[in-house]
Design a protein around this ligand. Structure first.
Ligand code: APR
Ligand code: ZN
Ligand code: ZN
Length: 361
């Protein structure tokens, strides 16, 4: 029997979001219905609302979530009703060329639930990133559910489902930050701060936080930055070089997604160092770099998709480290809010007032 729940809908381009009744079908083969306990508010939700992702309105927003599996469809063996899970938006297929080569974090054929959730009049909803978790319950592919230790608070756990994983993974997976490395992180929002936390976890000796907002630099220091640079006042490339013996950082993580900050990252790394782009640019942006510098400076220029994470490997491990007190994921939760406060949370996010607002159900 399909069930009716409350969920946050983006009805049309730039229209305010509103809580509506959502019809959630019973899980079909390979699917699961999850009772949502918490879901963070991410920039991508705002981009959906603004029509910046695609025009498939109405959207069911929300995708950084944790909850309890309520029911599963035929053939589901990895999760069972009652399991505490974090939802991921890259359920790997196991069969594409990346998976077959043993690199499932690059999976080129990730999947979502086959059935659609609807409004009560039958209008099909597009769940944000195939999740749609600003809702009491949601329907996903079972592979989107990753079991973790239920001792963790759901509000904290959900954040690993997107931005925080992207940042931590940019450092530990894509950037391969290691003991003793110097790291610079440009842009210290939720993603950049998570990259700082990841670099600290990996044993980086020096972590330089760069932002244009002093409030962000204060938080970055609390999370683990050893040095801060306000790039509105100081040339960040010069500053990072000065802080690294004149050479540049071993790994520079760009967590803004703009050509000028990418260029800073490119020149702020040491010879043979690594640049990781985890900030997401818009399609109109162009990069203009002397090709001789791309060659001459060597090293690696990498992009980080979802922190190049493998949810089944990374989510349980990071939750365990958090529970042991070695990774303070709680620092990323600025406030908890109710389902009908998402629109106001977008406003606060837009003004840079919060790292993450988290809807708690
Ligand atoms: N130089 C340095 N920092 C900047 C600059 C700049 N030119 N412009 C903006 N910033 C800072 C902001 O002050 C803010 O602290 O970058 C940070 C961006 O943080 P958020 O807006 O909170 O975004 P976040 O959720 O961290 O995501 C960052 O990663 O996943 C992507 O789509 C996401 O592109 C976005 C990026
Ligand atoms: Zn695959
Ligand atoms: Zn997100």
């Amino acid at each position: 029997m399909a069930q009716e729940v409350r969920g946050v809908i983006a009805p049309g381009k730039n229209e305010p979001v509103r809580v509506e009744t959502v019809v959630v079908p019973d899980p079909g083969p390979g699917e699961a219905v999850v009772k949502i306990q918490a879901c963070g508010v991410c920039h991508t939700d705002l981009h959906y609302k603004q029509g910046g992702i695609n025009d498939d309105f109405p959207f069911l927003l929300g995708h950084e979530a944790a909850g309890i599996v309520e029911s599963v469809g035929d053939g589901v063996t990895d999760v069972a009703p009652g399991d505490f899970v974090i939802l991921n938006w890259r359920a790997v297929c196991g069969q594409c060329r990346a998976c077959l080569r043993g690199r499932p974090w690059y999976c080129f054929n990730t999947h979502n639930a086959k059935q659609r959730m609807t409004l009560t009049d039958g209008t099909e909803l597009s769940p944000a990133l195939g999740i749609g978790a600003f809702a009491e319950k949601t329907l996903v592919a079972a592979g989107q559910c990753t079991k973790v230790d239920p001792a963790v608070s759901p509000a904290v756990a959900g954040l690993l489902g997107c931005g925080v994983m992207a940042g931590i993974g940019a450092a530990i997976n894509t950037g391969n930050v290691g003991r003793g490395d110097s790291v610079a992180v440009i842009g210290c929002g939720g993603v950049g701060d998570a990259a700082i936390a990841g670099s600290r976890l990996a044993g980086a000796a020096k972590i330089i936080a760069v932002d244009i907002d002093d409030r962000k630099l204060t938080t970055a220091r609390e999370i683990g930055a050893t040095h801060t640079v306000n790039s509105r006042e100081t040339d960040p490339v010069e500053a990072i070089r000065e802080l690294t013996g004149g050479f540049g950082a071993d790994v520079v993580i760009e967590a803004v997604g703009r050509p000028e900050t990418y260029q800073q990252a490119f020149y702020a790394r040491d010879l043979a160092g690594t640049v990781v782009l985890v900030g997401v640019p818009t399609p109109d942006m162009k990069l203009d770099l002397p090709l001789i510098d791309v060659f001459g400076r060597g090293g690696a220029l990498k992009s980080s998709w979802y922190g190049d994470c493998l949810p089944s490997r990374d989510f349980p491990m990071l939750i365990d480290l958090h529970l042991q007190g070695r990774l303070d994921l709680g620092a990323f939760v600025s406030e908890t809010i109710a389902l009908d406060e998402v629109e106001a949370a977008f406003e606060r996010m837009h003004h840079g007032d919060v790292l993450r607002s988290v809807v708690v159900l």
